[in-house]
Write a protein that binds this ligand. Sequence first.
Ligand code: ZN
Ligand code: ZN
Length: 232
Amino acid sequence: MVEPRFNWRVLQDGQLPLRPDKQVDLSAEHRCTTLLVWPVDAPPSAANTVVVDPCFTSAGSQVAQAQLAGLNVSFEILRRTFVTHPHHDHLPHLPREMPPIQFQEILFGPEMPPGMKLVHCPGHDFPLMALVFTAADGLPVWVVGDAILDEEWLRAWGYYWPNGYTPDAVAETWRSVARIVSGAAIIVPGHGPAFAVTADLVRHLLETFPSAAYANLCPSVESQLQARLESL
Ligand SMILES: [Zn+2]
Ligand SMILES: [Zn+2]
């Protein structure tokens, strides 16, 4: 059987004012990355798309509408949702000025579209699940929510979050990062643009991992990154 492949498009461009160096970028809005995924063999419709983390802000929904217009489809096709983790900035939400949509959360199990799978990536939030699928070009895409906030946070081994983390949760975060980097060709993070897993990125992560907080609690991360680098 041929593995199903999917098209994908970032609808809302995720942003985060807080930077890993603790500076605040006042030009950025706090909004999550929202992704539309649909099978390569059909145009996107209410029946065949999955929308990941559809928590739209007013400004973000404008960006999303422009993306949807480019695909020749309307906002109303956004029905079937998948939420990476139950933080308020990822749960289905529409700004007041938009007509309501009956979002239906896909229950993973029998309803899970063939060709999509979930990978548990705890740390940032224990229940966090990454959605994984194969893109049209055959490459694995991992939609990881806040397991990785954006590429800059990843490169900084940054984990600051007002939730207050235990050392074990930080180590769990790094194990999830290693799992994601090992499996993904493209990462769609929780609050930034999609980016590719390149040899340059993995080399940087390997070089800087020893200075990550609590790196001593998760030594397997280094060997996983080393194996990934050798595969690139
Ligand atoms: Zn978030
Ligand atoms: Zn979160």
